[in-house]
Design a binder for this molecule. Structure first.
Ligand code: NAD
Length: 481
């Protein structure tokens, strides 16, 4: 494997999404002597990365992008966003593949397995274009042994004499805290073949991270372990959420309180307190897809019991959303016909504008099917994004615009409503602190009575809201009524 400068000086990243953009911005900032070019098929996405309105919302992202992209007196310009994919590939010594790997929608494994066609397209491109040796790095989350496929394609199509070394370097950032996670990662995982070329490539990539990540946090291992470790991490995180949510159903039926249960079990040092927040269910582009991918892989490996185990994590998540929706309908006297319901929060979690697999989408779909009039408020999600999500509603009756409005003002959204449903844990919806929070008293005075609050994130102080006259239903707690 020939590295002309003995180290990495030029990086290309294929895929300018939630992972590729932030990861490369931080990498470029921390490696001012390395040129980093992020490429994408989408011209509009690249144009947005080159503008002052970035295509994604993420706290701290702008500072990272601006510093490296625009340069300054004390630093060079070393972050570029481009649609010239061929040029960026051929100039780079190391190429991150950070394209989407959604759940398959057609063919064998539809609804379960990962669609790796974007990864394959990127790999074929690299093989066709490269005229010098390249380290090709899987950053996308992929089924275990995808690197084998990649190696085969690169070998079959690549030019004679050009060597490719494939590494796995899964990304563990979480949306909403991406920059913090990238600057101080729990660990960086680098998987390689354990031969000379593989280890040389892994060491070269490790040097890029070592500029800011402590050495002991850069973990190297075999390729297949690294690929599977990413799926395992997401599966275990999702499983924890489904476990606490399954317990929340028992709480609602018995008078136990899920927040007290989470506190009690979280003090056990073997369990720990994180990821034990009961909610309406997990969303986002990764958890469901990665758990389903693991279930599908298990199925293909003739391990049906293992597949069923992981499938149940997703099933509980769907059940939780369905249970929450049915509770709303029951509390509102079994009819939502023409009742105004305000939905606070549309993104799948706070501090992101991402709506992929957001619980809000399926819950609003079900409420519209019941005849409710929905008004949506979210502090970050673009109105155009909300419309594009709800236009796909399965249960919609006729023109969905007759049933749904999108509000820029939280008070307007709640005015005259019979119920408020909190679906994203944005700080401003909580009434636990006063500063920068919405004025719940003002909301109470403007609503229809009896006024309900259904808190799908357990972020409100139910006692305080009840004093204002609200009837409050939280996840895993006895309700007001
Ligand atoms: P994304 O959809 O935001 O971005 C992917 C980008 O790749 C898109 O802009 C798309 O146009 C581009 N693309 C697809 N095929 C291409 C090709 N052949 N050439 C050039 N560009 C191409 O996806 P994302 O959220 O950034 O996720 C990327 C990968 O990282 C996925 O495998 C995902 O599972 C994984 N991941 C995501 C997160 C997250 O929080 N979003 C966290 C960790 C890992």
């Amino acid at each position: 494997l020939k590295l002309p400068h003995g180290r990495i000086t030029k990086i290309c990243c294929i895929g300018a999404g939630y992972v590729g953009g932030p990861t490369c911005a931080v990498t470029a900032n921390k490696n001012p002597d390395v040129s980093v070019t992020v490429v994408d098929l989408s011209e509009s996405r690249i144009a947005a990365w080159n503008s002052s309105t970035l295509p994604i919302y993420e706290p701290g992202l702008w500072e990272q992008v601006q510093g490296a992209r625009d340069g300054g007196a004390d630093r060079p310009q070393n972050l570029f966003f481009s649609t010239d994919i061929d040029k960026a590939i051929d100039e780079a010594e190391l190429i991150f593949v950070s394209v989407n790997t959604p759940t398959k929608t057609m063919g064998a494994g539809a609804g379960l397995g990962s669609d790796t066609s974007y990864v394959e397209m990127a790999i074929r491109k690299i093989a066709q274009v490269a005229t010098s040796d390249k380290i090709v790095v899987e950053k996308s989350t992929v089924p275990v042994r995808t690197a084998e496929t990649m190696r085969e394609i690169l070998k079959a199509i690549g030019k004679p004499g050009v060597h490719f070394e494939v590494l796995s370097n899964p990304e563990f950032l979480a949306e909403g805290t991406a920059i913090r996670d990238l600057l101080a990662p729990d660990r960086i995982l680098i998987g390689s073949l354990l031969n000379d070329h593989g280890l040389q490539a892994a060491a070269a990539l490790a040097e890029v991270y070592a500029r800011w990540v402590p050495r002991e946090r850069i973990i190297t291992m075999n390729l297949w372990s690294s690929e599977l470790a990413k799926l395992a991490a997401n599966a275990l995180l999702a499983q924890r959420i489904s476990s606490i949510n399954a317990l929340s159903a028992v709480c609602e039926a018995t008078g136990a309180d899920i927040d007290e249960i989470a506190f009690a079990v979280g003090t056990d040092s073997r369990i720990g307190p994180k990821m034990l927040k009961a909610s309406v269910g997990f969303g986002g582009s990764c958890f469901k897809k990665d758990v389903l991918s693991l279930a599908y892989i298990s199925e293909c490996l003739h391990l049906p019991e293992v597949a069923a185990y992981w499938q149940s994590v997703v099933d509980i998540n769907e059940y939780q959303k369905d249970r929450f929706t049915k509770r709303i309908i029951r509390c509102l006297y079994n009819t939502l016909n023409n009742k105004k319901v305000a939905v606070l929060g549309f993104s799948y979690k706070k501090d992101t504008g991402d709506t992929r697999e957001s619980a809000a989408i399926s819950i609003i779909d079900a409420l519209v099917a019941e005849g409710a009039k929905i008004s949506i408020y979210d502090p970050q999600v673009l109105e155009s994004q909300i419309w594009s999500d709800i236009e796909k509603f399965k249960g919609a009756r006729g023109d969905v615009k007759q049933y749904v409005t999108v509000c820029k003002d939280v008070y307007k959204a709640c005015e005259g409503a019979h119920a408020i449903i909190v679906l994203t844990e944005w700080d401003e919806f909580s009434n636990k602190q006063i500063r920068k929070r919405m004025d719940w008293q003002r909301v109470a005075e403007s609503m229809d009575r009896p006024s309900f609050v259904f808190d799908g994130r357990n972020i409100v102080d139910a006692g305080k809201l009840e004093e204002m006259g609200f009837r409050v239903e939280c996840i895993g707690k006895p309700g007001s009524g």
